[in-house]
Design a protein around this ligand. Structure first.
Ligand code: SF4
Length: 362
């Protein structure tokens, strides 16, 4: 692995998932998964819409069994954005999802069974012109690979993925996306990098079973972030033991932090220190929660004091800094107005509205 500055993104093949293209130099797409019972159309459609509204580009549904697959056609008919069916064990469910018009199928080589089943799914995907993700996971590596490499070897992940790629390529099928998700960020980092050198298929990055909201966000940010910063990755999914809307928020923040996404509001907030004389933490949280829906790129600063605040907020388009019961509005590092502490947040939100032209609910 060669490190370069600025970061050179790996050249990957472009693969189309509905109206979203991943790979081929296109923006890194955000994915998440529903947690509803797919037999419950209303609940599933509602959650899919919540995820797209939060900023997901692609939403995946786990289809558990034939009973749960009956509503796929209706769900598909109510959602125009890219939907992926996640299939384990039963290849016939993949065929059903393809027939229902899903935009991509994810299969797991460790549990889909005999090669001929993979070929059946590939044949159907080829006929419909949709891609397949080969999703290798640490919890379900094929038995012989586990025996040869053990549970947590990057080489084992890569061999499992290459084996499945070979079956698809034999059928002249190349609309392939690959993931090699480990629960270990270190194993995932090396598995993805090894794979990146062996093929040009787009990579779906993730750290599997990363944990609860706080620890899982940190683990995913380290794992996915280091891979993105070393030039690989075409789509990401943050796996959290939490409402999946959080997965989308964290994924957006990872992309913003890696300078791979510049739309929306980025809140720069100081950590506070002994100089802070306002109740700043709730102010920063409020500004962040009220501006999540905004699409216009804007850097917003919330700083605790007048000593360092204006200087530290100079990189922001607009911001506030506190004082002793008072505070100031700052634009591009210049103080433009002073006011009472109680007016700070409202003044900043109004300013953001007028700079972006996007409404903020109060
Ligand atoms: S901006 Fe002021 S309050 Fe915030 S960390 Fe810097 S010095 Fe402390």
């Amino acid at each position: 692995m060669e490190l370069t500055y600025p970061i050179k993104r790996r050249k990957s093949r472009a693969v189309k998932i509905g109206d979203v293209i991943i790979g081929g130099g296109f923006p890194v797409a955000i994915q998440s998964m529903t947690t509803t019972d797919t037999a419950d159309v209303e609940a599933t459609v509602t959650q899919i819409n919540q995820l797209f509204n939060a900023g997901a580009d692609i939403v995946r549904l786990a289809v558990l069994n034939h009973e749960k697959s009956t509503a796929l056609t209706e769900i598909r008919s109510r959602i125009s954005k890219p939907l992926v069916a996640d299939i384990h064990f039963q290849y016939k469910l993949a065929l059903k999802a393809i027939e229902a018009g899903f935009d991509k199928i994810r299969i797991n080589p460790g549990n889909i069974g005999a090669d001929w089943k993979v070929r059946e799914v590939t044949k159907a995907a080829k006929e419909r012109g949709i891609p397949i993700r080969i999703g290798v996971n640490s919890g379900s590596l094929p038995k012989d690979i586990l025996e040869k490499f053990g549970h947590d070897s990057p080489e084992g992940f890569v061999e499992a993925a290459l084996r499945e790629i070979a079956i698809l390529e034999e059928m002249d099928f190349h609309d392939i996306v690959i993931s090699v998700k480990s629960t270990s960020t270190v194993t995932a980092f090396w598995a993805y990098h090894m794979l990146a050198e062996k093929c040009d298929y787009p990579l779906h990055l993730g750290i599997t079973e990363s944990g609860t909201l706080e620890t899982g966000s940190i683990k995913s940010s380290v794992g996915i972030g280091t891979m993105l910063m070393t030039g690989i990755g075409d789509t990401i999914r943050v796996s959290l033991t939490a409402d999946p809307v959080h997965e989308v928020r964290v994924a957006k923040q990872i992309l913003t932090s890696c300078a791979l996404k510049n739309d929306g509001v980025e809140v720069i907030a100081c950590p506070t220190c002994g100089r802070c004389q306002i109740d700043m933490i709730p102010m920063a949280e409020l500004v962040e929660s009220k501006t999540r829906h905004i699409h216009t790129p804007l850097k917003v600063a919330v700083m605790g004091c007048a000593v360092n605040g204006p200087g530290e907020a100079a990189a922001a388009d607009v911001g506030i800094a506190g004082g002793d019961g008072r505070g100031m509005l700052i634009k591009k590092g210049e103080i433009v107005r002073r006011m009472d502490e109680s007016e700070l947040v409202e003044t900043l939100l109004s300013e953001i509205e007028s700079m972006t032209g996007e409404k903020i609910e109060r």
